[in-house]
Design a protein around this ligand. Structure first.
Ligand SMILES: [Zn+2]
Length: 422
């Protein structure tokens, strides 16, 4: 999906009363159901829930692994392939025996040394899972694939977030058991893994975030008054070079700070809104490392929103190193309890989106007790592409959200409540 910076010259200054209710952001408890998740213990036998290898307590997968680099503690594992057709790693089976669909986060830390992909390969260094449902169907999935040489970084996914089309969930039944496999597949080099985790959650409430990408001035002039009438706080994804540029199409720092002061959230949407996958490493890092620009305005940003939703493992790694707690792209879906903060999904609003569609997404969030991030761009009567919403439809959508009774929280509150922590 693409999204673009929009242009607007709408000026409708309306002030309203604000009624702010800040819900308690409380993360769910994380209980690691993996055995020997940090590879610290050796020799835990299979019958006691261990990994089976007497030397390291893991089952060997393919070419196996050795004890090697570590992220925390004293031990981790190294998986080495000498060619791009080999598979190697470790695995553990987790029996869940779910009687209702419960989200499971699967993740861990990976480090890479000269990992080279095979042509068309999509595993690289990743955490792979075979998720066996209660009717015998198996869902196969792996985390974002990692390549090249990189220091420890965090990867993962949530079983309840898995979808190919943004509509149909792959794990739509209770889970019987899961095989979790840190692996290096169809790629050469050495991948190290450590501190893996599997957390099962029982979600108990839905939530909704109203987000605006690009910081268009119409958000201040047209969206803010409507939201104030409902007592809603939104979240802005700001392109940090825009507010100080004098371009009237974008909100000013004063406007952004006013909204932040009234409880709105602010996230970084890069410096100049270029496709990060097309830039040199230096330029890409410059686009991501712009938290100081926000700090210079007394704004703290802890979330990064990729321009055009374009990303790869190198970009995700850089965002993590820059200190962002979360990365949001433009993939469609809801966010279950225990979401990986590097893969927060959205429901993007285009000029063709109806209030009935929004109502459907809200009902999905209620049914799943999940968090949805409704993402707008400009709120203007007309635009030259699909990334705008008319003030009338926007007002209708806000009324729909208010009528739903689902609590409206900022993006960072959503990450804190629904995201897992390292
Ligand atoms: Zn954008």
């Amino acid at each position: 999906m693409k999204e673009q910076i929009m242009r607007s010259a709408a000026v409708i200054a309306v002030l309203g009363l604000i009624l702010t209710v800040i819900p308690e952001a409380k993360a769910a408890e994380q209980v690691n159901i993996l055995v020997n998740s940090g590879f610290e213990e050796a020799g835990v036998p299979v019958e006691q829930g261990g990994w089976g290898d007497p030397a390291s307590a893991w089952h060997l997968f393919g070419g196996g692994y050795t004890r090697g680099a570590y992220h925390a503690g004293q031990y981790g594992i190294d998986i080495t392939n000498n060619d791009t057709v080999s598979l190697a790693g470790a695995y553990q089976r987790i029996d869940l025996g779910q009687t209702q669909v419960k989200p499971v986060f699967i993740g861990g830390f990976v480090k890479g040394d000269n990992i080279v992909n095979s042509a068309g390969g999509y595993f690289g260094a990743s955490i792979y899972a075979e998720i066996h449902l209660d009717n015998g169907r198996i869902v196969y999935w792996n985390s974002l694939a990692n390549y090249g040489t990189f220091d420890w970084h965090w990867i993962g996914f949530n079983t309840a977030a898995l979808t190919i089309d943004g509509v149909n969930k792959l794990v739509n039944r209770p889970i019987s058991h899961i095989y979790i496999v840190p692996l290096l597949a169809y790629a050469s080099g050495t991948a190290s893994f450590d501190d893996l985790a599997a957390y099962e959650f029982t979600p108990d409430h839905p939530a909704l975030t109203i987000m605006f990408d690009d910081g268009a001035s119409s958000v201040y002039t047209a969206a803010k008054p409507v939201m104030e009438r409902h007592g809603f706080r939104g979240t802005l994804a700001i392109v940090s070079d825009a507010p100080g540029s004098g371009d009237a199409d974008f909100m000013s720092w004063e406007e952004i700070k006013e909204l932040s002061g009234s409880g709105w959230g602010v996230a970084s949407h890069s410096r100049t809104h270029r496709d990060l996958t097309t830039l040199s490493q230096t330029d890409m890092l410059s686009e991501i490392n712009n938290r100081d620009v926000f700090a210079g305005q007394d704004l703290t940003v802890t979330s990064f929103i990729t321009p055009f939703g374009a990303y790869n493992s190198n970009i995700m790694n850089a965002a993590e190193k820059a200190g962002y707690a979360s990365v949001r792209n433009y993939e469609q879906g809801d966010n279950p309890q225990g979401s990986f903060p590097g893969e927060i999904k959205i429901r993007g609003i285009l000029d063709t989106t109806t209030t009935a569609e929004l109502a459907g997404w809200i009902n999905e969030a209620k049914a799943n007790n999940s968090w949805i991030v409704i993402t707008f761009h400009e709120i203007v009567p007309s635009g030259d592409d699909a990334y705008h919403t008319t003030p009338e439809i926007f007002a209708d959508m806000m009324a729909e959200i208010a009528a739903s009774g689902v609590s409206v929280i900022t993006y960072d509150e959503g990450v804190a409540t629904y995201g897992v922590t390292k």
